[in-house]
Design a protein around this ligand. Structure first.
Ligand code: UDP
Ligand code: MG
Length: 305
């Protein structure tokens, strides 16, 4: 019989643990496979770990890796992937926004021979307009870097053992699961789902933390910002050339070019451009520094199962 591993990152999800467990049990009534339910407690400060231990007492298919502090969802996902034992792995959120019933469809696709079955969001759920614009821009850049359309992709995926083994081997610290699961290749397909409302609790993402996440992942996967700097640099040189030629013509026509405001404008634009460029390069250097230090992506404090 096949064994499915379910990896569930949780950060302060105490009220969602049991409903999710029940939903999973129901799903596996209809699938001819066994499962292990691997919760990754990402340094929760509420009763998440206690809830998981309770479940484990009655059902040893429930397992848990608990971090020594909050390391973030990416770290939780990779900790899960590195510790699964199933023939394939499904990664899903704890808050029931990723409908567990979809596992049935993912499973049958996997049985057909697909190694990566991706959950595609039909709608993006409720989001603000600014958030929408920002995410679209972000995904356009990442899609360009990975060469695959990622606009509606999500972290809800089924991965064959061969895929999780490859992902587990990656040594980078700043991981971006959604793009890396494309990057590794393998035979892919997708299934669609509607994003449900959060079952309980609040989203852990503020606009600020999403921005930071986006910038980090952009730097991880795309060199486009660095290319943009070069293009802006070339544009500045062209503008300068244009102005130079104009000044030369004015000189020969004995009419002086409008001086001071132009110079102030160019200085400010040039200086601003330099600072922005330095900032962008700085972000890349910080990422390199982060990777070079080779600190672990997460620290496991306790384990169940
Ligand atoms: N999560 C996590 N660590 C974090 C933040 C979130 O493990 O630092 C988990 C969270 O418990 C949930 C999933 O990641 O299972 C998605 O988080 P959330 O629902 O807050 O994000 P959203 O659905 O709003 O994108
Ligand atoms: Mg959620």
């Amino acid at each position: 019989m096949d064994k499915l591993s379910l990896v569930v990152p949780c950060f302060n999800e105490q009220d969602n643990i049991e409903p999710l467990y029940k939903a999973i049990l129901e799903v596996f009534n209809d699938i001819p496979a066994t499962f292990e339910l691997m919760f990754v407690d990402d340094g929760s400060s509420d009763g998440t770990f206690a809830k998981i231990s309770q479940l484990h007492e009655n059902d040893d298919r429930v397992k848990c890796i608990s971090f020594s502090r909050n390391f973030g969802k990416e770290a939780a996902l990779f900790a899960g992937i590195r510790n699964v034992t199933g023939d394939c792995t499904v990664v899903l959120d704890a808050d029931l926004q990723h409908p567990p019933e979809l596992i049935k469809e993912m499973y049958s696709r996997w049985k057909e021979g697909y190694q990566v079955v991706e959950g595609i969001k039909q709608s993006r759920g409720r989001e603000s307009a600014i958030h929408g614009i920002f995410t679209r821009l972000f995904y356009r850049m990442i899609s360009h870097a990975v060469k695959i359309d990622m606009a509606n992709s999500s972290d809800y995926k089924l991965l064959d053992k061969s895929v999780t083994e490859e992902l587990a081997k990656l040594k980078e610290r700043n991981t971006f699961f959604r793009a890396l699961s494309f990057w590794v290749g393998f035979k892919k397909t997708s299934v669609c789902y509607e994003v449900a409302d959060r079952a309980s609790g609040r989203s852990k993402w503020s606009t600020k933390s999403l921005m930071k996440y986006a910038i980090k992942n952009m730097v991880c996967f795309s060199y486009t910002p660095l290319h943009i700097i070069s293009i802006v640099g070339i544009l500045f040189v062209l503008i300068a050339l244009g102005i130079g030629i104009d000044a030369l013509f004015s000189y020969f026509r004995n009419s002086s070019a409008s001086g001071f405001p132009t110079i102030v404008f160019l200085l400010l634009v040039g200086f601003g451009g330099c600072l922005i460029s330095l900032g962008i390069i700085g972000i890349y250097i910080a990422q390199i520094y982060d990777e070079v230090k080779k600190r672990p992506q997460y620290i496991i404090g306790r384990r169940i199962g």
